[in-house]
Design a protein around this ligand. Structure first.
Ligand SMILES: Nc1ncnc2c1ncn2[C@@H]1O[C@H](COP(=O)(O)OP(=O)(O)OP(=O)(O)O)[C@@H](O)[C@H]1O
Ligand code: SF4
Ligand SMILES: [Mg+2]
Length: 334
């Protein structure tokens, strides 16, 4: 089956001012990332702040152009297309939901206009059909019709995020990328928005890429979990068994930090500072904090190895044993 989107060996490097007025350092936001998303699949992306999750999300929906590597939509190279074709392919084929709905929506436009805008830009149907589609979208995300003329400022945070979701779905995309869609919301409405996303994904057959700091939510929502560290994808694990089947020490550390009630784990402390994306360490970037690191890890970045289950791969010289419950490393390897 053709992937909805496939990213191959993508690198994103930013120039950031640091220190002196004329000094601009390179920030390695994404390094050699490869990822393929199948129709209808949910892929969760986890990793600490600054590891490149949003950069990967933007590459997936064609907002960020990698300095090298390729992005293919349904098998067609996005950045080889003429700009107009790329805009219409991306605009109609993908929807992006951002963290903070209050900044993502135009504050001066009523809900009706916000939702009609993508239909107008892509010239979908007659005027009457567009108005009908707006009503349909509002119903789809559970927004009362009475809110059609409201401005974003008159809505609650949850309602605003529903508008953002409806807008992302306006052109009936194959792929929706949600970058921390609930972290700006009250805890009480987070579950509602997550359930709405899951429900829509099922009903519309969407492929969903879901970025979140909330490890347990990612595990529950996803088919596959992508672990990122300092701009690199270091593991790809089937979500159901990530807590004790993950092989990469960093994935284990992340998933041990918030033990579930049913499968308690000993938290693995992540000690040592997160290295800078401006000067990543040699070899494996996790080695400055990894309890299994040795000189091999300093010398080279391991390639991907395939684990025993399909769809599971990791980059580590000394992987944790599969099916071994996560334990405090101090006790595990005295
Ligand atoms: N426009 C930019 N200019 C310079 N550096 C940038 C830019 N955008 C991102 N970066 C840097 O690139 C790296 C990756 O950023 P990114 O936003 O993708 O991380 P993230 O995983 O989404 O973090 P968070 O969890 O905080 O949202 C970071 O070091 C960040 O500071
Ligand atoms: S390669 Fe080495 S430093 Fe990197 S995660 Fe594996 S054991 Fe740790
Ligand atoms: Mg981010």
């Amino acid at each position: 089956m053709t992937a909805v989107v496939e990213v191959r060996d993508a690198h994103v490097v930013h120039r950031a001012r640091s220190g002196g007025l004329f000094r601009r350092d390179r920030v390695y936001a994404l390094t050699g990332a490869g990822l393929s998303v199948a129709p209808g699949e949910t892929v969760g992306v986890v990793g600490e702040s600054g590891c490149g999750k949003s950069t990967l999300a933007k590459v997936l929906v064609g907002i960020e152009r990698p300095v090298s590597g390729a992005v293919a939509f349904r098998g067609r190279d996005l950045w080889a297309m003429p700009a107009a074709e790329r805009r219409s392919t991306v605009g109609a084929g993908t929807g992006m939901i951002f963290q903070d709905p209050s900044t993502a929506l135009n504050r001066r436009l009523a809900v009706r206009r916000i939702l009609r805008d993508p239909l107008d830009v892509h010239r979908r149907g007659t005027r009457a059909e567009r108005e009908e589609r707006v009503r349909e979208l509002m119903a789809l995300v559970g927004l009362p019709r009475a809110l059609a003329d409201a401005l974003p400022g008159q809505l609650s945070g949850g309602q605003r995020q529903r508008v953002a979701i409806a807008r992302a779905l306006a052109l009936d995309p194959d792929l929706v990328v949600a970058d921390e869609p609930t972290s700006a919301l009250d805890v009480s409405v987070r579950a509602q928005i997550l359930n709405l996303l899951l429900d829509l994904k099922e009903r519309l057959g969407l492929a969903l890429v879901f970025v979140s700091h909330d490890i347990q939510t990612v595990r529950r929502m996803s088919d596959r979990v992508i672990t990122m560290y300092l701009g690199r994808i270091v593991e790809e694990t089937p979500a159901g068994r990530v807590t004790d089947a993950a092989r990469h020490p960093y994935t284990r550390a992340l998933f041990s930090a918030t033990p579930g009630l049913l499968d308690p784990v000993d938290p693995i402390p992540l000690t040592g500072p997160l290295p800078s994306a401006t000067r990543p360490p040699s070899g494996c970037p996790f080695r400055t904090r990894c309890w299994r690191a040795d000189e091999v890890c300093a010398a080279s970045m391991p390639d991907f190895s395939a684990a025993s289950r399909p769809g599971h791969r990791y980059r580590c010289h000394h992987p944790v044993q599969e099916d071994q419950p996560t334990r405090d490393p101090a006790r595990q390897e005295p």
